[in-house]
Write a protein that binds this ligand. Structure first.
Ligand SMILES: Cc1cc2nc3c(=O)[nH]c(=O)nc-3n(C[C@H](O)[C@H](O)[C@H](O)COP(=O)(O)O)c2cc1C
Length: 187
């Protein structure tokens, strides 16, 4: 039996260049037996269209808190219960900051507030953004609260600069999802 057989995964996609990598992540998770419900921020739709994720996941993509009805009439609450795990990949500096501050002003951030399931974040951003002390403090705060992070890698970034900020390898993200689902404690 595949490791993620029957698992219901909400994949949050936020507005960064690495949003296209979520296409491959959906496929890899589905190959392992998971059902994947994509939730995009409005800004993520500037990078990849909902149609692409909808086609790959076989499920309608939820973006707007007030109109999306992927699994029931209260999208943030119903999805929060549906999700065995919530994965945000790529996670922007913005969504990390919003979660750390308790802001719930769109579907994805409201869903994070409402869920009792494990949350895995895979940050991806410019190296200066990633090393910004505010971003680092937010990550530390969330780690202490039990949020799980898959650290970005060093390499050439979208800007052409070299630094730490590339989305982690999909194998590392999937390993963290599997660890979270099997209840392994984070370091
Ligand atoms: C071309 C472009 C690329 C961007 N790439 C990133 C990125 O990789 N990581 C990031 O944190 N923000 C990135 N941003 C900034 C975010 O899109 C911006 O902070 C936005 O408010 C994020 O919204 P969201 O978190 O609700 O999706 C990028 C912006 C632009 C215009």
């Amino acid at each position: 039996m595949a490791m993620l057989d029957g698992k219901q995964i909400v994949l949050g996609v936020t507005g960064g260049i690495a949003a296209f990598k979520a296409c491959s992540l959906i496929r890899r998770l589905m190959e392992r037996g998971a059902a994947v419900q994509v939730v995009m921020t409005q800004h993520a739709t500037e990078f990849v269209t909902p149609l692409t994720f909808q086609t790959l996941s076989g499920r309608s993509v939820a973006v707007d808190l007030f109109t999306a009805r992927p699994v029931g009439p209260l999208p943030h609450i119903d999805l929060a219960k549906w999700a065995h795990i919530l994965v945000i990949a790529p996670a922007t500096a913005n969504i990390i900051g919003k979660i750390a501050a308790g802001i719930a002003d769109d579907l994805l951030s409201t869903l994070v507030m409402a869920t009792e399931s494990p949350v895995v974040l895979a940050p991806a951003m410019n190296a200066n953004m990633y090393s910004n002390p505010i971003v680092q403090q937010n990550i530390e705060k969330l780690r202490a609260l039990g949020y799980r992070f898959v650290e970005p890698e060093e390499g050439i970034l979208a800007s052409g600069d070299r630094g730490v900020g590339r989305l982690a390898k999909l194998t590392a993200i999937i390993a963290e999802i599997e660890a979270a689902i099997s209840g392994e404690v984070t370091e």
